[in-house]
Design a protein around this ligand. Structure first.
Ligand SMILES: O=C1CCN([C@@H]2O[C@H](COP(=O)(O)O)[C@@H](O)[C@H]2O)C(=O)N1
Length: 350
């Protein structure tokens, strides 16, 4: 039997953050592709009547101000409302329901519909980060979980190319953070250090999965990545538990690494790289105080669907829905391809 090579031989990898395994099948990268390709994603031309523009009137009849930086408004079609009746106590353990209260907001990053994070200046991205912190501070006082997330690109079901994200705050802890809370707590009880703090230290030594780093942050393809070019952005200094813990150097460093990571993403397939991204930090709520969750380390997650070109995406179907996630390209190969991408955005190349 041949000696094992992680770049040639299948194996499963464990994600300790979520207590899940992913199947890695590097030998499959060689297979011919005669499957579906999406039409070349022509850039979504900005709609001059786009309801996120400064001064536009939204479907609710509300009119946006002539904003010049970020702008936050209540989602006109919210998935979570604040004042709603609660379901009665469940009568059977197999049919449980529980109250779900919350609020949903939309946050525009920039007044110009053609702007995206990689094309914005570091100061403009810093303004976005500062507004995220404002929102988390306000909503975190009342709600257990405040999910900041950006859906980018039509392929992600994003309904509007105007640079924006959403913020959904809930009275309960959703599935993803609930699992991460449990896994990080178990690790901390055992090792007395945050799991992701130890993980970052190891990755900085290993280097194989690092895409970029600066003095405050590292962007890497996690050892357990599921999506082909999935990345995490993790703090190098200190142990910030939430976005609200960041100091000025960490905020500016985060703006810089978000810009650089997204330039590489856009350069990978020379397109405005679609993804869903968001932040996970320690849960919030009225009983929470700064520094009270030493098992948590704040981190950003980028979940991009593209697989081998601007028109071929990975589908999480079949085996992935019924058994477990599976990938062909290894995380190390994905990190190398991203490292090799130019640091100058393809739209700004002379
Ligand atoms: O007039 C509008 C248009 C879109 N929206 C909201 O903007 C959000 C944009 O969604 P995406 O992030 O998926 O593109 C979406 O949740 C939609 O409900 C408004 O609240 N008012």
């Amino acid at each position: 039997m041949q000696e094992f090579k992680s770049t040639e031989h299948q194996h499963v990898r464990y994600n300790p953050l979520k207590d899940e395994w992913v199947l890695v099948s590097p030998h499959r990268c060689l297979r011919p592709w005669s499957g579906q390709t999406e039409a070349e994603p022509e850039e979504q031309p900005p709609d001059p009547k786009n309801p996120l523009l400064p001064g536009a009137t939204r479907s609710s009849g509300q009119r946006n101000p002539q904003y010049t930086s970020t702008y936050v408004f209540p989602n006109d079609f919210p998935a979570l409302l604040e004042r709603v009746p609660e379901p009665p106590p469940s009568e059977h353990p197999l049919f449980r329901s529980s109250a779900a209260k919350g609020t949903c907001r939309v946050m525009c990053f920039h007044p110009d519909s053609t702007m995206t994070i990689p094309l914005m200046t570091v100061d403009e991205i810093l303004a976005v980060i500062n507004e995220w912190i404002n929102q988390l501070t306000e909503l975190g006082r009342k709600y257990t979980w405040v999910q900041i997330f950006e859906n980018k690109g039509a392929i992600m079901g994003c309904s509007n190319p105007h640079p924006h994200c959403q913020i959904w705050a809930s009275s309960y802890l959703p599935n993803e953070p609930r699992v991460k809370e449990r896994c990080q707590k178990e690790y901390y009880i055992k090792f007395k250090r945050p799991m992701l703090f130890d993980y970052v230290q190891q990755e900085l030594i290993n280097k194989d999965r690092i895409v970029i780093q600066n003095t405050e942050w590292v962007a890497l393809v996690p050892y357990w990545a599921v999506w082909p070019y999935e990345t995490m952005v993790l703090p190098i200094n200190g142990k910030p538990q939430r976005l609200t813990d960041l100091n000025d150097n960490q905020k500016r460093g985060l703006a810089e690494i978000m810009k650089q990571l997204n330039i590489k993403y856009d350069n990978l397939f020379k397109c405005s790289f679609p993804y869903s991204m968001g932040f996970h930090g320690a849960p919030t709520g009225p009983s929470k105080t700064a520094g009270d969750s030493p098992h948590w380390l704040l981190h950003a997650i980028y979940l991009p669907p593209l697989l081998r070109s601007a028109t071929v995406k990975k589908f999480m179907v079949g085996y992935e829905m019924l058994a477990q996630s599976q990938r062909d390209l290894t995380p190390e190969q994905a990190a190398q391809k991203l490292r090799e991408c130019d640091d100058v955005h393809y739209k700004n190349r002379k």
